[in-house]
Ligand binder design. Sequence first.
Ligand code: ATR
Length: 285
Amino acid sequence: MADKEDPRRRAFVIGHPIGHSRSPLIHRHWLERAGLEGRYDPVDVAPENLPSFISALRDGSSGLTGGNVTIPHKETVLDLVDNVDDIARQIGAANTLWLENGRVMATNTDSYGFTANLDEMATGWDAGKTAVVFGAGGASRAVIHALLSRGFEQVHIVNRTEARAQALAEAFGPRAVAHCNDRLQDLLGGADLFVNTTSLGMGGTEVPEVDFTVMAENALVTDIVYIPLETPILAMARRQGLNTVDGLGMLLHQAVPGFARWFGVTPQVTPDLRRLIIADMETHI
Ligand code: ATR
């Protein structure tokens, strides 16, 4: 069993496929920095093997301490663990697991990662009242959770398929309001924050021309997509003179709480770590 005092604690990231994950790079960097002997390894777990993987985590036979969960297991894992916290429950997905008294615990750190990135890169970003979130997929749920937790009075969810935006608005209560894409420009008028969570502009798709200059003074435009670092939407906003923050910091910060749980040391998101991941992005897209 992976004892809490065992200096060689082992953590994982499970997905299917798993080759693309940058989490090992992040956690191994932190292990090295902290001088710890622990390990962090990618494990390819096919969907039909997820229940046995979680059982082996629980009974200690895998020797694992905890780890990250990525596509396609983030939702299905909720039914297999022993405890799902409120954040993971509300987001409807977990990305971080750990063991507590023989029980498998699950949380979602994406909302924390989003918030911590903006706290670092755009102090005061949460002073605004109105936010526009573009997209209503899984990632958008974590963003909406973060915005409501930080006191935004109105979170407009704009999505091509309005029904998906509607489902999110219902899940998050009256401060979240659903709209279809043709309302985007109007809703930007006077808004304090715009968050892109869609893949729009990637892989050659067209990005509609948006006028961000109608947003409130000192408004911020951010993207949770980080490949490329400057997405077409961020580039457009920057050209129009808006403040922008890229999404790489969300990836880095969302990893912090998991590392702290598994290895007992709270790691730092440093310029060195950022450079390491950017260098990897330049060589492995
Ligand atoms: P994730 O879990 O990463 O958020 P997702 O669930 O596939 O990914 O969601 C992708 C988001 O991008 C959705 O909001 C999607 O809109 P639909 O719900 O209408 O599919 C949005 N999206 C993707 N391609 C788009 C496009 N070409 N135009 C407009 N929205 C797009």
